[in-house]
Design a protein around this ligand. Sequence first.
Ligand code: PBG
Length: 338
Amino acid sequence: MKQYPTEQAGFPAQRPRRLRRDAATRRLVRESAISVDDLIQPVFVIDGEDRSEAVPSMPGVERLTIDRLQHEAAHLAELGVPAMAIFPVTPAEAKSDDAAEAWNPQGLAQRAVRAIKASTPDIAVITDVALDPFTRHGQDGLLDESGYVANDITLEALVRQARSHAEAGADIVAPSDMMDGRVGAIRAALEADSHPETRILAYAAKYASAFYGPFRDAVGSAGNLGSGDKRTYQMDPGNSAEALREVAMDLAEGADMVMIKPGMPYLDIIRRVRDAFEVPTFAYQVSGEYAMLNAAFDNGWLDRRACVMEALLGFKRAGADAILTYFAREVAGWLAET
Ligand code: PBG
């Protein structure tokens, strides 16, 4: 790094505070900022009509029926939010060992995609490709006789699921399952199905994190998973170089964008991936991060707006191009005010 003289004739040659002394100068030299273009709103969808349900561990987040989701999509588009990510809450009776509901053309996710694309075509719709909302055991894949999540039979199911999402009109499919080879299998199927333009956002470096707890409550998979965990396929939180290998594989298999998840505890991974590959790199501020911040806000311990903006700025500074965050709608509203 270049060295600057720090002292001359009794005064400091460099006074970094000169650039901090007023708002105008601070704005001129600021390196990173949050724009509405960076935001993706995750949403939970339930069956029924004109109904919503609170998610207790995620204050302010509601599961919505498709008609209400259409209003939400219109509202987000009006605020300028470019994309939303859809997560269906599957009724217990639709869950099975083979996860067949995942590729039902009349499934909740597929119907939600069609409804949103019909009413608000300009908002990009991202779908989650993974089997956990549809399996009785709550794992992201199918089990073999020994109870192990079996990679290659799961790939066939994921391909069927991704094809049904593309067929329904999803702009972006996002495999979040962490099976080996799933991006390549999905890419090949989309090309064969004449969906060459469907984008793949690969959850390339997804860690076996304890911060997903509230999400599993929200989609109702926590009870199914029980004391099980996802450590045989999601990444070990101690690893960093392995994330680069995962990203390299997903890109080689045809991913257009990659994601790091969770967010705040993995800012170093975002930076490493962004520097190493120079491809669109997204961060997911997950449910547990949202819950943690809200707990502090609700106790009056932290300032909501300032802390949310600072946390999101951290993702941008680390190199994220876009951020999935449950705060997206609220942040878009704040940005519209200023
Ligand atoms: C499903 C999936 C999960 C999340 C997104 N997709 C949960 C999991 O892997 O157990 C978590 C998102 C969040 O915590 O906000 N594969």
